[in-house]
Design a protein around this ligand. Structure first.
Ligand code: URA
Length: 308
């Protein structure tokens, strides 16, 4: 059955549910069986008649991925030509809509997005100001597929600050970090160590859920880093704990694996700001490897002793 037949027979609500399922499973671009320039379709086309809002244009990142795939021999030169046409069309659309009143998601090159994130983050003088500026920030595409910004949870100036990698499904739906299975295990570890969750502040390097819980790309991490750096400064904890290697590597630059990093005192540095820090196994890893819980137990007691 062709896609057009499906589009004609299936109710819109079912198609929307299916699209939602695809997006939440990590699908972030559409690939046709053969290269197809949708922009050259006449306006009366069947598909455009069914779907009233225009399909989102692929981001430059998607197009660049297409070029890379072509270089690696995964797609044909025809597909590359289509990608080029899409990019050209996208540039024109951005130029045409500049200054218009319609709400547009900014299409920024990654380097500009990082600079813009840095400028925005360091202008915030309180956690609430930072949260507001992150709500308005349009430089990270993850916000397009996420349900909520997952900013942080806990009292400002908590003595311990935990930093995870990125929110999962439950966190995305609630807007609160570490509320799913990993969070429940983290709560249990804290409780056993005599630390109330209310005594700690928790946030993530990337505050928007990547679709399908995929790993954030290096560019996404780079764009979000100024926000978590500013959040750490504003919380100003006595001790920082990186949950998992991704968080430790994003905030210390270390390329070591978590086995090597965990349990040792590290120094977190960002500009003039310095803090004692420790990397621990991520609770999601402990759910898969419960035998490693004893090492986290050792690490959390070590942190507790440091705080006195
Ligand atoms: N894993 C993370 O790294 N962060 C969350 O908020 C939830 C799960």
């Amino acid at each position: 059955m062709s896609y057009e037949n499906v589009a004609a027979d299936v109710p819109l609500s079912a198609m929307e549910a299916y699209l939602e399922f695809l997006v939440s499973s990590g699908v972030d671009c559409c690939i046709d069986e053969t290269p197809h320039d949708w922009f050259s379709e006449p306006a009366t086309n069947k598909t455009t008649a069914v779907v009233s809002t225009p399909a989102p244009t692929p981001t430059p990142k998607v197009v660049r991925r297409a070029f890379k795939a072509e270089e690696a021999g995964h797609i044909s030169a025809d597909a590359k030509a289509t990608a080029k046409a899409i990019l050209q069309r996208q540039k024109q659309t951005v130029q045409q809509t500049q200054g218009s009143q319609s709400p547009q998601i900014a299409v920024l090159p990654d380097a500009n997005a990082v600079t813009s994130a840095r400028d925005t983050a360091f202008k915030a003088h309180s956690l609430e100001e930072l949260r507001q500026s992150m709500l308005e920030f349009e430089g990270c595409n993850l916000r397009l597929t996420a349900s909520n910004l997952v900013f942080g949870d806990g009292p400002a100036h908590a003595p311990i600050m935990f930093v995870g990698e990125a929110p999962g499904k439950e966190e995305d739906l609630s807007g609160v970090p570490f509320v799913g299975r990993s969070g429940q295990l983290l709560n249990l570890i804290l409780k056993r160590a005599g630390i109330a969750r209310e005594q700690v502040y928790i946030a993530n390097v990337v505050p928007w859920r990547p679709p399908g819980n995929r790993t954030p790309t290096p560019q996404e991490t780079e764009i979000c880093r100024p926000f978590i750096q500013r959040q750490i400064e504003l919380v100003d904890p006595k001790v920082l704990i990186f949950l998992g290697a991704a968080s430790a590597s994003a905030l210390t630059g270390s390329r070591d694996g978590i086995r090597k990093l965990r349990g040792k005192w590290l120094t977190y540095k960002a500009g003039a700001f310095e803090r004692d820090a420790m990397a621990m196994y991520h609770p999601a890893y402990l759910l898969r490897s419960p035998a490693e819980k004893k090492l986290v137990w050792r690490d959390i007691l070590n942190v507790k002793n440091k705080l006195g």
